[in-house]
Design a protein around this ligand. Structure first.
Ligand code: WTA
Length: 652
């Protein structure tokens, strides 16, 4: 389809409606019938009573060890869901299936990149693996409340490690395997992990990534870590620290296949996941057992309409919230079969994903706009080689999906028969907050409306709801999967999310609500980059640059990028007597890769003698960005050094 057509489509505000037949069979429609609800409008109205709604869903989906007293205790901005209840998410995700009708159902199909280690794990297999590891961890002294740092790639042992940790009532902190040793070290130290779990190495784009040696580097300065459990994935030779390192495969060998799940409180922490903020170091976002379980499972059941015979594939990485919620916890709670793929989307060829869809007859596929754009670039001839007829629903997350990519996904992957669920949410929300339901009429590029029981709105600076203009995206009441705080930093939690408007959650995204009440997310309001659907703080990249011994100062901004959403441009002030050179640019890129991770390496680096700052010394990224994009800069009277703006100009 030509670009003009799409533009016209948008002008016409064309709406994509699901077929009546499809709607009739959906889980949400079924629920509506049981509750005598005839229309979407009625559903939204009825679920305005959100405590009633979430209680209904909890009764349907969760199994508590001991019943709760209250659905919600809200002492703003601190929420507790299902207080008084005894609950461990591992019971719903695993224990209940392993003893029930799903015992022999496949929980995970693992597809390794080179095809050397493919396997299927049934719910019973998974249960046994988790129990053995949990027993071994117990022997290492891991108990309720302890933190476990997990640094693993996309292999089935990653969810096993997470579930074993949760089973003991301990707290996992998973760090994306693409992050650097330094990033892992910072996170392990921040959460004071007692144990880390990793693997020898793994495959990515035909090469081996030496994760164990990165872990060793991280542990050189991680005083709280007593042991490191290493899963043997490739069999590569690795360095060994005798009194610290343990082979996973050996320590689980003689452990029993049963391990009692610790009966935690409904509000005990389940995990921390670090995410970028505007300033300073990443924030350890806290999620708790019961509310998170309910929010993730309900949204997956309704939005992706998961049924018993679905083969579901969320192609994100478990190292991000999308994988935590929608590869690990929600699909397991629903007893579904899903896929874990180790490698790169284009290895060995650009049709690897479509080969997987065909091989496993995937029915629901969930990915990001950046992947869709990558596949668009490869061309439709690649998906055309494969039978993708098994697909019935598609999903998107991570950034606004541009209508052109939406149309391509709809046409070339979904065969014009699959609705696209554009889900807006965040590490902090835990689960979808704004999303279509399978019966929602779709407008390409809009995530449509709040999920029932969640309430989004757009406020102007005075806290008044506005329509048809860009404003602050907010959530107006608590929701079950909401973050419970920032680890060791309640003040930062309050200031970041709850201080702009009283008792109202500020998401940090600029958004417009149209006359039909549909939300159009326009991007971050703060200084956070969105590169390939991943949040990276400008300040993190700046700190990494400044940590290089030749750099005095730096300012980092994002520019729109066809494939990645945003690309990273860095303006760097060198120390006196340091000669600028292309070789130095390369050195700095590599340095940022080592400090933060490859994803954060600047696409462009410019050497300047100064960067624009306010009188209080704050880098004026907005000014720099406007200049870099050739836009009007506006008032620069608050700048301490207006002449630095010309520097940016000269750098183009
Ligand atoms: C952006 C990812 C538009 C947004 C689950 C949000 C989106 C940030 C969408 C959270 C979407 C996520 N449309 N923008 N469907 N989904 N975002 O914490 O800016 O990695 O605030 O969570 O991604 O990123 P995070």
């Amino acid at each position: 389809m030509a670009e003009e057509d799409i533009t016209v489509l948008m002008d016409e505000k064309r709406i994509f409606k699901p077929s009546k037949d499809f709607v009739e069979k959906t889980n949400v429609k079924q629920w509506m019938k049981e509750h005598n609800i005839d229309s979407l409008e009625e559903l939204y109205k009825k679920t305005d009573d959100y405590k009633w709604f979430w209680k209904e869903m909890a009764d349907e989906i969760l199994e508590f060890y001991e019943p709760y007293d209250n659905v919600l205790d809200w002492d703003s901005p601190f929420a507790k869901w299902f207080t008084g209840g005894k609950y461990n998410i591992v019971h719903d995700a695993l224990d209940k299936h392993a003893k029930g009708p799903n015992k022999d159902k496949v929980a995970y199909y693992f597809e390794s990149e080179p095809g050397d280690a493919d396997k299927e794990l049934t719910y019973h297999d998974l249960y046994v693996e988790v129990n053995k590891l949990a027993n071994a961890m117990k022997k290492l002294g891991i108990k309720k409340g302890d933190r476990v740092g997990i640094y693993m790639p996309m292999i089935a042992e990653l969810p096993i490690a997470m579930l074993a940790t949760a089973k003991l009532g301990a707290v996992h902190s998973v760090v994306f395997s693409g992050f650097s040793a330094q990033a892992f070290r910072d996170r392990v130290n921040d959460c004071e992990a007692k144990l880390v779990i990793t693997c020898d190495s793994f495959y990515r784009r035909g090469k081996k990534v030496p994760l164990k040696s990165q872990t060793d580097e991280a542990l050189e300065d991680a005083p709280t870590v007593e042991h490191s459990i290493v899963y043997k994935r490739t069999g590569d030779e690795v360095d060994w620290t005798d009194d610290r390192d343990l082979w996973w495969n050996e320590i689980v060998k003689d452990e029993p296949e049963e391990c009692e799940t610790v009966k935690t409180d409904a509000n005990d922490p389940l995990f921390f996941l670090y995410t970028s903020g505007t300033t300073g170091k990443p924030k350890g976002i806290i999620h708790a057992h019961a509310g998170y379980a309910l929010g993730t499972a309900t949204t997956l059941k309704w939005v992706f309409d998961i049924k018993d015979d679905d083969v579901y594939w969320c192609a994100a990485d478990i190292g991000w919230i999308t994988g935590h919620s929608y590869i690990v916890y929600a699909p397991l709670i629903l007893g579904s079969s899903s896929i874990i793929y180790e490698g790169a989307p284009n290895h060995p060829g650009p049709d690897r994903w479509w080969e997987i869809v065909e091989k496993y007859k995937v029915s629901v596929l969930y990915t990001s706009p950046t992947s869709v754009r990558l596949f668009m670039k490869f061309g439709e001839e690649w998906p055309e080689k494969h039978n993708l007829n098994s697909l019935r629903l598609l999903g998107s997350v991570g950034e606004p999906i541009n209508p052109e990519a939406w149309m391509w996904y709809y046409k070339h992957i979904g065969g014009e028969k699959c609705q696209i669920m554009d889900t807006w949410w965040q590490t902090e929300t835990g689960h979808f907050a704004i999303t279509p339901l399978p019966l929602t009429p779709l407008k390409p590029g809009s995530a449509t409306k709040s999920f029932p029981g969640v309430s989004a709105d757009v406020y102007n600076e005075n806290g008044e709801p506005i329509t048809n203009a860009g404003g602050n995206l907010v959530l107006t009441h608590p929701w079950p999967g909401m973050l419970r705080g920032i680890y060791k930093n309640p003040e930062r939690y309050r200031n970041t999310y709850w201080s702009k408007f009283d008792d109202i959650y500020l998401a940090g995204d600029v958004t417009r609500k149209d006359s039909d009440g549909y939300f159009w997310i326009q991007g971050r309001a703060d200084d956070v980059l969105n590169v390939s659907g991943h949040r990276i703080g400008n300040s993190e990249v700046e700190s990494a640059l400044v940590s290089h011994d030749k750099v005095a100062e730096s300012a980092v901004v994002g520019k729109p990028h066809d494939l990645k959403g945003e690309s990273i441009t860095a303006y760097v002030v060198l120390k006196t007597n340091v000669e600028p050179s292309d070789a130095l640019k390369q050195e700095l890129r590599t340095h940022v890769g080592e400090e933060v991770g490859k994803i954060a390496r600047p696409d462009e680096i410019w050497f300047v003698t100064d960067v624009p700052k306010t009188r209080s010394g704050k880098i004026m990224r907005r000014v720099i960005r406007s200049k870099a994009l050739g836009k009007e800069v506006g008032d620069t009277s608050t700048l301490a050094n207006p002449e630095a703006v010309d520097e940016i100009d000269k750098a183009q």
